[in-house]
Structure formats: structure tokens, C-alpha cells
Design a protein around this ligand. Sequence first.
Ligand code: SAH
Length: 511
Amino acid sequence: MTREHRERIGRVYLVGAGPGDPGLITLRGVECLAQADLVLYDYLVDPRVLLHVRGGAELVCLGHHCRQRTIGQDEIHERMILAASQGKTVVHLKGGDPVVFGRSAEETETLRAEGIPFEIVPGVTAALAAGACSEIPLTHADHSSCLALVTGQQRSGKQGVPLDYGGLARFPGTLVFYMGIRSAAQWSEGLVQGGMSPDTPVAIVRRCTLPDQTTVRCTLGTITETIRRAAIRPPAVTIVGEVAGLPPCLSWFASRPLFGRTILITRPQHQAAMLGRRFSELGARVLVQPTIEIGPCEDWRPVDDAISRLDEFDWLVFSSANGVECLLTRVFSLGCDLRALGGLRLAAIGPGTAEALTCWHLTADLVPAEYRAEVLADALAVHAAGKRVLLARASRGREVLAERLRQSGAAVSQIVVYTSNDVEQIDPHVEAALLGGEIDWITITSSAIAQSAVRLFHSGLESAKTVSISPITSETLRSLGHEPAAEANEYTMEGVVEAVLRAERKDAASR
Ligand code: SAH
């Protein structure tokens, strides 16, 4: 290989994506994804892990769950080699850890033979994640001093090392079988014939770390029947050994308050993450279907004009976090800095808007006790008489704030700093989940969202319970013929989460 060729050649990263939960990829794995030009990913990799891939990179799904044709091992090698020899950075993203039943040896052998530099980035393998999330200690001071990772799927024909069931039956610790659901009859009988007691405890952990994780406990002698009766399908690992019989029956993971619940978040995509994270931490499966899209302002001239004479105003009033973000971004993009706002007093409609100001190192002078335009207007009225007030708002919204401030004797100017439009198309996955009755809660976090949600989901809205952020939002829902099942006490995202928790507790108590 010439020096020039070596310099041009790209690098290949074999990256462990972890067992499923997108938070379980390593920081190094994320760095590799952010640099990649080509990402080949196994079908078991959660799509949310792919959010770390930079825009413009090519994504190729390998494997049978995608509708595309299955890509064989030889083709994977060819694609990696071709891309790397064109100077591209390639990531092969593998479920769990690359060196555990990941065929990494074949890949590294080929890459080395081709002179392509590579790196292996470890990941959390399914056995360890299953132990953690079903709360089964894989090693235990009193019960198990070693751990074996075993394949339930031996290669057909003469290839591959056959399993020594006698040896495994005598193994003085915990066995974890991968790919062993369809072959459970063979390996469990092999172990029993090898001398392991059919009463040995077994735990089958399916889709570990994901919101629909299940753990089914049985014994070695009853495993085939259990899999058949519970209709357990891959991917699952089976933990065999005394540790699988230890309490508790319900793990920390499965006892989280919203485990088993599905929540649909309807905020614009860029604002859904925080709420989604909170619900996920509480154990819920989270789906996102924005009902409103936030877009850039269509005419910046009135905004720029107001920015150029901010010193003429006494108050700057924000009625949403989006308003804060859009106006301040514009202030900075015009070459101004925070001093442009130095002479102004700032009002925020609610705690979320006030928090958005703190991200810009600004503190609201006024946040009304209740998150409602009328209450903000009343609170401002005291200060506003004879004052010049600038309202930063969306392309649509209620007029009540401007009207009431004018009535209080303020000179009010309004600038539209962003557009808000209804989403017209529902994601087919979300629609199927709605129609299939899979969704337990739908969050409705503003009146505009309520209106758009009723239009977008139609009768689908009736298949789930809705949680509303405030009395105003609830009123809007009611006026459209839908009674919310829960309402936040505090009109914030955290208030919405609390309302769902309260309703679920009440439900559990009445059962
Ligand atoms: N390299 C992977 C294993 C790939 S083999 C790792 O280190 O985890 C595929 C097998 O892994 C599946 O058949 C199943 O046994 C196991 N597996 C992968 N993801 C899993 C999950 N979320 N829950 C349970 N088992 C899983």
C-alpha cells in the first residue's frame, strides 16, 4: 500500500450499541456515530441510537426485520471495505457488545487483511443488561462465582465447536443462553441429560432495558412448556442457575410507576425530549407525534425594527418559550448582545417561559401565579399604565393579553417572532398504536395543541386518556367534545407528569 493510499483510507468502527435502551451506548460510541459517513446497523439496534448520526450520513439497516433484503456477511464486508477505501468513516453498529456473538472476528480478520484501520468500541451485552434490569445478580457471594455466556444456536453441519452439555451442567455458576428461545428444547434437555437438575431456576428475559421488557421465571424442566404457553419470541436471554430463583419477583425496573404504560407526547419535536425523558425514567414507553410545527418567522422586518428601538419600550413580554428562543436568537444574529435588553423589564407567562429566559442568563421580573394570559395581564396591569409594552408572540394565538393591557392604559406593540402551524399527517406507527388501543395517555400541553390533536387524531383521541396542562387547555378540550382524564395542578411539564402519576395511583387504589 502506498503512503498516499494509507492517508486516504477511512477507518472502520465496530461499535456496541448496547441492549436496546438508547441511553446505554457508550460516549465513545456516540462520538463514532457523529463522525461516520456510512452507518451499517443491525436490526436489533433501537432507532433512537441513530439520532446520534450526523445529517447526510448514509444509513443501512442489515437484517431481517427491515423490509429491505437481508444483507449477508460477505456483502457487509464488501461495503465496509469499499467505503473505507474511498476515505469514508464507517460504523458497523451492533446490538449489545461487538465481541459477544457478534461475528466480530470475521470482520476484523477481513479488515486487517485489507489493511483497513479499525477500532472496536465495547457495548453493554444483553446478559449483563438482563441481569441489571430484571434484578438478577449474575454472580452472588453465596450462590454463583462465575458466569458463562452460551449460544443456544450452534452452527449446523460440522462447523463450530459443539456444546459440551456435561461440562455446562457441572459449571459452578450462572449460565446465560443467547439465541436460545427456539432451541430451548435441545439445550435444556442437553443440560438435564448432562446431569443438571430439572428444578434448576430459570429466568427468561425478553427485550431487556426496553419499556416492554418481560421476565418469566420457571425451571429447566418446564422451560419449553413455559415458552410455548407464554408465546415468548426472540430477542431474549435465558438465565439458568440458582440466582434466577432469588427474590424479588418484581425488579426495580418493572416496579417503576409507569412501567407498562404508553404515553403519546404531542408537543413540537424539539420540545418533546425533556418530557419524553421524564416519562421514560418513570418506566413508560414514549411515542411522539407533534401536532404543531414551529417554524421561522415569515417577515423579520417588524421584528428587526422593534429590536433596533428596544430602548423605547418599558416591558418585553413573552407568552411562550418558543418566543424567547426565536426573539433572542434574532437579537444575537443581528450582532446585538444582551445589553440590547438592558433597559427592559421582562415578563413571562409561566414557569416554562421563565426557564427559557434563564437559558439566556436573563431573569423574568414578572411571572404570574397562574399560567394564563388573563392572569399575566392582570399582574402586568399594575405596572403597565402609561407604559410601552412589547409582546413577542406566535403567528396565531389569543388576543386577550394585548387587549387587557391596552384597557389598563398601556401602549402595546406586538411582533410575530415565529409561526405555529398544525401538523396535517399522522405517523403511521402512531396511528396504528392509537387504533390498536396501545396508548394509555396523550399529553395536551396547550390550547393550540388541543385543537390540532382533536383534528389530527379524530376518534383515536377517545381510545386513550388525555392529560391537560391547565384549566384553559381543559376548557378547550371540553369545547371540542373531549373530557380530559387528568389536569395538572402546576401548569408546567412537570405538573403534567405529576397529574398522570396521581391518576395512575388513584386507578391502582380503586382496582
Ligand atoms: N452482541 C449481542 C448479541 C447478539 S446475538 C450482545 O452482546 O448482546 C442476538 C441475541 O442477543 C438475541 O437472540 C438475544 O438472545 C440477545 N439479545 C439481544 N438484545 C436483547 C434484549 N434487548 N433482550 C434480551 N436479549 C437480547
